[in-house]
Structures are given as C-alpha cells and as structure tokens.
Design a binder for this molecule. Structure first.
Ligand code: MN
Length: 741
C-alpha cells in the first residue's frame, strides 16, 4: 500500500522543504476531513487523494497542484467550505479544488447531454488553468485502477466515459503514458470478454516471439556498441486496446497485427537519432516509404521521434522508434513534462519543450474562441471532438454544413464528396477563403470551396492524392473512358503515320472503303481498331500492310498500288522498319511524310513516360509501343538498343511539340556530407525552385557521406539544370548528377 511517507519521499526529490511541509499540512487537513469515510474497495478514503497526488508527483508537478490534489474531494465530500480552504491554503489552491469539484457535479436529463456538458466543463476548466485537468486525469486514473468494487454496469459506463472523454484529452495534451493506461483500463472494463480473449492470444503469441525478439535486440545492441552512441534499447509490446482497434478498424487478423516486433531506442542527442537511424538501416533493410521524421515535423501534440520499419530476420517487420530521452519524456508526459504554470509561455529554455507548450497554449486559446461561438454543450462537444479524434478531419462547406473525412484527405476528396461533377471539373480550392491547390491536405475546422471549370478533367496524377473511396472510384471511371478516347486518337495518328510511309495520304485514306479490313481483322468499327493500335495491341505497320492488301487491291486501276506493293516488299527489310528518326540518322534525310509523332506530355492515359530513364521535356526521345499500355517514351540514351534491333517495329520516332504538359518526374542523385538537417536544406532549395519532390531515398555510405536520390518534378531540361546548379552550390553537397536509368 502506498503511504503518505512514500509520497513525501518522491516530493523531497524535487521540491523545496518548505513546499513539502505545506503539502504535509494539506494531507493532515484532508485526512481529518475524510476521517470515517471509506472507499467502495473498503480502504480509508484518504488513500485515494494520496494516490492522486502520487501520480502527479511522479511527473514532478508543482507543489500547489499536489496540495490541490490532496484536497480535491474535500469540497465535494465533506462539510468544509470554499472560504475555509482559501483561509488555510490560499486562493490558488482553492480555485484548483473548486475547478475539479465542478467537473464532478453534473446532473443532466440525458446521458449524452450530461457527457457533453461534462466535456465542455473540462475544456473550459482547462483553458482557465490546465492544472485542473491534470488533477482530474490523475483522479480518473486512480478511480479506473480501482473499479473492482463497482457493479459491472457502472464500471462499463465509467469506462465508456473514460474512453470517450479522458483518453482523447490526455492524448491531445501529449500525456501518452496516462492516456495509454486509461485506454487499457477502459478497454478491460468496457469490453471485459474481448479483453480477456485478446489477452490470452497475446500470452500465447508471446511465447513464439521471445526468441526472434532477442535475436533482433542483440544485433541492434551489438552494432550500437561498436559506435560511441550511448543508446538504451527496449522492446515494446503493443497495447491490447491498440491491437483490438486495429483488428476492428482495418479488419486484420490478430497475427498480422501482433507479429510486429517493435523496439524503442533512446539516445542522448538529435544528431545521435539520425546516426542511429543510419545504423539500424544498415542492419536490416528498411521497408520503403515507412520512414517518418517526426523530429523535423512534430505531431500536433508535440510528439517527436523517428519511426522506421525494417525487414527483420525471416522477413518479419520490425518497427523502430528513435528519439532522445527528452523527447521520450515529452512523449510520455506531454505538457506535464515541463509546463511552466506561471508564465505565459515565453522565454522557456529548450526550444522543443517550448514548442510543445506553445502548441498546447494555442490549442487552449482556440478552444476558448470555439466556446464563444458554440450555442450549447452538444454543439461544443461536436466541434471539440474535431481536435480530439485525430483520425478524422471535420470540414465545413461554405454553407456551414460539417463533413467528416479520414485524416490525409485533400481538397479533391472534398470536391468529390460534394458532387461527382464538381470533382470531375475541379480546378482549385479555396480553403478559409485563400486559394489552394487540389492536393492540399485538409485540417480540422477549415471551410472549403471548390472552383470548377468545364474544361478541366481528371488526371491520372489525381489518384496519388485522394484518400476517399468515392473520389478514387470516380477518377478511375473517368480515366477509363478518357483512356479509350486518347487511345483512339493516338491509334489514328499512328496508323496515318504508318500509311504515310507507304505514300498513302490522310485524304486518300479517308476515302477508302475499310470494311474488308475490319472484317479481316475482326474488329467492330474503325474506332475499335484505332483503340487497339493506340493501346499497342496491334502494330500500326502491320495494320497498314493489311489495309494495303485488302482495301487497295480491290480498287482496280489504282496507280499508287504498284508503288505501295514495292513498299510492302521493302517493308520486310529490317532497316526500313526502323523509325523515321533512326532512318533519318542513318541516311541523313528528312522527309515531311516521315515526320515524328509530336508528344505534348499531356496525353496522360496512353502516352507514358518510362520509369527507367525518366524523360523530361527537351530530352531527345523515342517511343516504344507496348501491348496493352500504349506508347512509352524513353530517352534516346536509355538502354534500348537491343530491343530496337530485335523488334524495330515497336519503336516510333517522337519529338516534343510545344510543350504545354505537366511537370514530369526525373531522378537526381546527390552526394552529401552526413550532417543533420542536410536533407531539409536540399529539399527546401528544390522546392524554392518550384519543383515538387515525389520521393527521396537515402543510402548511408561510410558514415561520413550520404547518397540521396530525389525524384522530383520539373517543367523541362532548363528547369532541371537551374535546380542542379543551385543544389550544387550548397555547402554539404559534393556531387550531383541526373540518373540515366
Ligand atoms: Mn477523487
């Protein structure tokens, strides 16, 4: 049993003697006041305030709060008055106790209303003095730890309330340690059966995991020992509730969620965090796209850490979190870690602590404003929920209607939610009246409007930044139709080009009766034929050959025919099969009839840009017709000579027309000195040059240098050259080159 003497020991470790003396006096007063009362568990009542004070003392909270914690039930449950408390302990303590008492004294007609009112009161109390909430959360935590004496119905109700109100508040304040324990206790008491079944499954699974867990831990420790980084490595087990929630939300089987091996590494400095990241990436291969840098970009509640996932032994996923001890403290205790209760938040020493506090203060200020604008508690609860449930985003329409979106949703998701047609013709958004692009991520409480234009239509790139199912399926549907249209156009162009190689002009082609050809090729109509050519399922050269045979033969007296038949023979000569561009090179001739196909880069559906060499506007290019895909544009320097020799008919000469297309991705490789922040410097330089970065990957070479590979979008070669010049001038950069593929 935890006694007052144990509490005093903790307090003496961080408070002055005079302060501890005052706390002891408060304890005596409270013990006297609660004398004769006992808890449902049977023990004397005073144990409860002592435990509440202990929870706060363990977070090294100031002495005024500890005094208020010891007295927190005095006004509510004993005869002592507010005035008496003020006389004995001063107004600061009394206000805190009063604040906590008001939170408990709520009676309402409906449970929803009571809950909403409770919530509103907690929020308001918090905006006046955050310490009221710290005491309230500690109070709730101890009550949750000691629910055993209650009937199951009541337990369930309290647990539900804890999950809905206290857990999100603790989480929003960054107090993850308390939030986690409240959530686990809430889960056990709200869903006792499920919790028991899950706990049993975890117990069994734990047996299998032990060995592999040790293997991983040992290899991480060994590698870290070789460096001079002082690191604490610990295995983490997923909490029951988070396993349950994932199973429920993502419909995944237990094994898939639980078979994740998670470790946390604490190191002394931010620099060591990034070094450690490099080290763990050298032990096991990182899973692409899973690295998250919450040090550079902290979460809304101030959380900072590096997250990465590795392919562990036997391919098991290994989750790693790397952070400093200080970041860890903040992640466990949130604002309670270093809250400066007296000041208004300026002039705190460490900047990241300061920013945690600033965020919390800003949030509280926002809550106050929100309160002013809400008519009643239910409405207020509705708006505050926005902040407390970070998986959902609530957005307002210009008419004030609220819509709920998954986190990560963009303005385009919003457009499709309003109406499919709005989505299909969306051009840009206005977020809180300011213009913003469609891929802008939405945040709580924003008002979003969509600008449309009848000429604007969905684009394959859109699929990369929508998250809602509705937007995704609508875009896909549209693109499928568009693809068909574009394939038809491209197919026509390719066929006309092939025919012009046989001296058949467009004008003449249009006059021909094509039915024999359609019958022979077994296609329904001309558009279907174009579509097949455009999609690369039929070669334009072969189709034009068939066309000459079955449509021109039947027109007697045709003078061109002889000429064309010669072409057919010559056509078997591989050299003549080469693209006009190559032929031009070989023979040094240029003929209008053999002009290359013009590529704008905007034909997104049937004209693709090769991933191997990533051509951008201005590059010398060549097109490859591949079955089912359409035309794939490569750079001339790309390694395609072999294919050109064996399948010359698949290659078409192409050139950029007046380029009006979108920015295209290309890759550059930058070698840099291994210094903290270097990625951020380069990334911001690139974005200052109006280029978007699609992807970055990092190879640690020898600890001193890093190779960064950026996939970035540029308008053309000039744009790329300008970016490379600028990046090359940066201090940590030693070399930079464009990748050839
Ligand atoms: Mn209490």
């Amino acid at each position: 049993m935890f006694l007052i003497s144990d509490l005093l020991t903790i307090l003496e470790s961080y408070l002055e003697q005079e302060q501890v003396r005052k706390i002891y006096a408060a304890y005596l007063f409270s013990a006297e006041a609660h004398n004769g009362q006992s808890r449902l568990t049977g023990e004397p009542y005073i144990y409860h305030p002592i435990e509440v004070a202990r929870i706060l003392a363990e977070m090294h909270i100031d002495h005024t709060t500890i005094i208020a914690a010891l007295l927190h039930d005095v006004l509510e449950d004993t005869d002592h008055s507010k005035r008496e408390l003020t006389e004995r302990f001063g107004s600061e303590v009394t206000e805190l106790v009063d604040g906590v008492s008001k939170l408990t004294r709520i009676q309402m007609e409906s449970p929803q209303q009571a809950q909403a009112e409770n919530f509103r009161k907690m929020m308001l109390a918090m905006t006046r003095d955050i310490r009221v909430i710290l005491i309230k959360l500690a109070d709730r935590l101890h009550n949750m730890r000691t629910l055993d004496g209650l009937k199951s119905e009541k337990r369930r109700r309290i647990a539900q309330e804890t999950l809905e109100i206290h857990v999100p508040i603790a989480h929003r304040l960054g107090m993850n340690k308390i939030a986690k324990e409240l959530r686990e206790l809430g889960f056990y008491n709200r869903y006792p059966m499920r919790a028991r079944v899950l706990a049993e499954a975890v117990k069994q699974a734990r047996g299998y995991r032990k060995e592999i867990l040790e293997t991983i831990e040992v290899s991480i420790r060994r590698r870290l020992l070789e460096t001079e980084i002082e690191a604490e490595v610990s295995g983490r087990e997923k909490h029951l509730y988070s396993v349950y929630k994932k199973m429920k939300d993502q419909q995944l089987p237990f094994s898939e969620i639980f078979d994740v091996y998670a470790f946390r590494i604490l190191v002394p400095s931010v620099e060591a965090c990034y070094q450690t990241l490099g080290i763990v990436h050298s032990i096991y291969k990182p899973v692409p796209g899973k690295f998250k840098d919450y040090i550079a970009i902290p979460k809304a509640n101030g959380y900072q850490s590096l997250h990465t996932i590795l392919f562990g032994p036997h391919g098991v996923p290994v989750e790693i979190q790397i952070r400093t001890q200080e970041m860890h403290l903040i992640s466990e205790e949130g604002i309670a870690a270093h809250w400066d209760y007296k000041s208004s938040g300026e002039g705190s020493a460490a900047s990241n602590i300061n920013s945690t506090e600033k965020r919390a203060r800003q949030w509280l200020q926002d809550l106050l404003d929100l309160q002013k604008n809400s008519g009643n508690s239910l409405e207020f609860l509705e708006s505050v929920k926005i902040d407390l449930f970070p998986d959902e985003v609530y957005i307002f329409t210009p008419k004030g209607k609220i819509m709920e979106f998954p986190r990560g949703a963009t303005a385009l998701d919003f457009a499709y939610r309003i109406h499919t047609e709005i989505g299909n013709h969306a051009v840009a958004a206005r977020i809180n009246r300011k213009p913003a692009p469609l891929n802008t991520h939405l945040f709580n409480g924003q008002t979003v409007e969509i600008t449309t234009s009848p000429d604007n239509t969905p684009h394959p790139g859109w699929l990369q930044f929508v998250t809602t199912g509705k937007a995704r399926s609508n875009i896909r549907h549209f693109l499928k139709n568009l693809q068909q249209e574009e394939a038809i156009q491209l197919g026509e162009k390719l066929l006309l080009k092939a025919l012009s190689g046989h001296n058949i002009s467009k004008k003449r082609f249009k006059k021909l009766d094509l039915n024999p050809l359609l019958v022979q090729l077994q296609v329904d109509d001309l558009n279907a034929l174009y579509n097949e050519i455009g999609m690369g399922r039929r070669m334009a050269e072969l189709v034009s050959g068939s066309l000459i045979q079955c449509c021109l033969k039947s027109s007697p007296g045709n003078e061109d025919w002889n000429d064309s038949s010669k072409k057919v023979t010559r056509w078997r000569n591989p050299l003549s099969m080469l693209s006009p561009l190559l032929r031009r090179r070989l023979h040094g001739r240029n003929s209008d009839a053999k002009r290359p196909l013009m590529i704008q880069g905007a034909e997104g559906m049937v004209v693709h840009f090769a991933k191997c060499c990533r051509p951008i506007a201005g590059d010398p290019i060549i097109g490859h017709i591949s079955s089912g895909k359409g035309l794939v544009i490569h750079r001339n320097e790309c390694n395609n000579n072999a294919s050109m020799q064996s399948h010359p008919e698949q290659w078409v000469s192409v050139e950029w027309s007046d380029y009006g297309g979108r920015d295209l991705p290309t890759e550059i490789r930058v070698e840099v000195a291994n210094k903290r922040g270097v990625l951020a410097i380069i990334a911001s330089t690139i974005s200052e040059m109006d280029s978007n970065i699609d992807h970055v990957s990092m190879d640690d070479q020898d600890g001193r240098t890093n190779t960064l590979t950026f996939t970035l979008r540029v308008t053309d070669r000039k744009h790329l050259a300008a970016i490379m010049r600028k990046v090359r001038k940066l201090k940590p950069v030693s070399t930079i080159q464009r990748l050839k593929g």
